[in-house]
Ligand binder design. Structure first.
Ligand SMILES: NC(=O)c1ccc[n+]([C@@H]2O[C@H](COP(=O)([O-])OP(=O)(O)OC[C@H]3O[C@@H](n4cnc5c(N)ncnc54)[C@H](O)[C@@H]3O)[C@@H](O)[C@H]2O)c1
Length: 437
């Protein structure tokens, strides 16, 4: 079976490469010709464990192709996945301009039966609107269906998530489309991946509900940590959370306190979910609260640095981590970037290290220049304070004594709570975590 994936970004690339590995003939098409050229040469624009090997294996086997020729990809495929961006509009709603432009180019080039599958995260009712939009644009009557099949990948473990998803959601009222979609994923069906077959509206709702629930858990953990900070050293948020997570009704995942959630999904999806509810006359107060908590959480990190140093202007600070989470070079909505921006705005002299998100050199954020270093120890040279902003594994095993020796000061703000408190103190640091002292 031939499939096309429109949009060779994070979601599209993983979907196209994953589908080709399941034995389908997949073509990833993108309007960004530079990206297509790079991909065709085997160069990946993103860092994602296992993806390069997956792409290489399937391109060499002739099952995976990259192209900017949208008409050909549409004509040659039975199923066309739309995995283009759905960034936030200024009012928080999802901006569907890329989705509509993809739908229009499909409508302009279909000649026989197709299933158009919306993989992007889109508001409730988008599949129904797309059906109408394509119908009204067709030059001749052609049978087609629109189905929803939301992407649930986590950056940093996207390949693993593609092959071992918690569930596959298919939203369609057509048994023919559902049958073909089940066939596409039959290998995952055989390993007993649960399938949820429902309407496209419910499928669209599931994706926003899932991301918003994760955001709720994170903001809850962050408020708990803030409360522990307020109560004082007799409390430790990690112990609270461990006990919470042992309750099977709650579970341990997504309960780690830190500087707040970032990335390309949770911030925009929570806002879009609130906007969807408003359209239906509802207010999602719990999600709005999770967003409000998140908007301020990274500022607590800045306050910890300020309190530890007395003031921020002209202080030298090192930040370890720029990516919004480990195992990715994605800095979209990264809280680490927000921490850097805030420190720069306060007049700090900034030194940064991230294993993949930046190369050594000088970078500019908000018009202000700072230094990106080759390793954590270089970043720590001569600084008054050090902030751990992303939980890369290599930061968990830092030589704390060596790090301390490089510094002028002794303040360590562990915004991710990944370092051993006792060891940090032993190395001579004034340690400040989130919800634990
Ligand atoms: N990144 C993730 O971790 C993730 C996870 C789950 C769901 N999603 C969802 O998947 C969608 C895509 O996200 P992403 O992070 O991959 O975005 P992205 O911005 O990385 O990639 C989008 C790609 O689509 C291309 N594009 C835009 N218009 C096009 C068109 N008309 N035809 C062909 N290509 C076009 C762009 O050039 C770009 O390469 C979003 O809705 C997002 O919410 C993303």
């Amino acid at each position: 079976m031939h499939v096309a994936v429109m949009g060779a970004g994070y979601a599209g690339l993983v979907t196209g490469a994953g589908l080709s590995d399941l034995g389908l003939m997949a073509t990833c098409v993108d309007i960004n010709e530079g990206k297509v050229r790079q991909l065709a040469e085997g160069k990946l624009p993103i860092f994602e464990p296992g993806l390069e090997e997956l792409v290489r294996r399937n391109t060499q086997a002739g099952r995976l192709r990259f192209s900017a020729d949208i008409p050909a990809a549409v004509k040659n495929s039975l199923v066309v996945f739309i995995a283009v961006g759905t960034n936030a509009s200024p009012d928080g709603a999802a901006d569907l301009s890329q989705v509509w432009s993809a739908a229009d180019s499909i409508a302009d080039h279909i000649e026989d039966y197709k299933i158009v599958v919306i993989r992007s995260t889109v508001p409730v009712g988008t599949a129904a609107q797309m059906r109408e939009r394509i119908s009204s644009r067709l030059k001749q009557p052609v049978e087609f269906e629109v189905a929803s099949n939301p992407e649930f990948l986590r950056e940093g473990s996207a390949v693993e998530d593609f092959f071992h998803p918690d569930r596959i959601v298919i939203g369609s009222s057509s048994s023919r489309a559902v049958g073909i979609m089940k066939d596409i994923y039959r290998h995952l069906y055989l390993i007993e991946t649960p399938f949820v077959i429902t309407t496209s509206e419910t499928a669209e709702l599931i994706k926003y509900a899932a991301n918003s629930f994760l955001a709720l858990k994170i903001s809850f953990a962050n408020e708990l940590a803030n409360l522990c900070d307020a109560i004082g050293p007799s409390t430790d948020v990690h112990v609270v959370i461990r006990a919470l997570g042992l309750d099977r009704r709650i579970g341990p995942k997504f309960l780690h306190p830190g500087p707040g959630f970032g990335g390309s999904c949770l911030p925009k999806d929570t806002r879009a979910f609130c906007s969807i509810a408003r359209k239906f006359g509802m207010s999602l107060r719990t999600i709005a609260a999770a967003v409000a908590v998140n908007d301020e959480q990274f500022l607590r990190v800045i306050e910890k640095v300020r309190q530890g140093l007395g003031s921020l202007a002209d202080q030298a600070v090192a930040v370890l981590g720029l990516a919004f989470k480990p195992n990715t070079n994605d800095v979209r909505e990264s809280r680490a970037v927000k921490i850097c921006e805030a420190l720069l705005a306060e007049g700090c002299d900034l030194r940064v290290f991230d294993p993949v998100a930046t190369a050594p050199g000088s970078l500019v954020l908000d018009g202000r220049r700072f230094k990106c270093c080759a390793n954590p120890y270089e970043a720590a040279e001569g600084v008054d304070a050090l902030v751990v902003a992303t939980e890369w594994n290599e930061f968990r095993v830092l030589d704390l004594a060596k790090l301390k020796k490089q510094m002028r000061g002794d303040l360590l703000v562990d915004a991710k709570n990944i370092l051993d408190l006792a060891k940090a103190r032993e190395a001579g640091f004034r340690y400040c975590g989130v919800g634990r002292r």
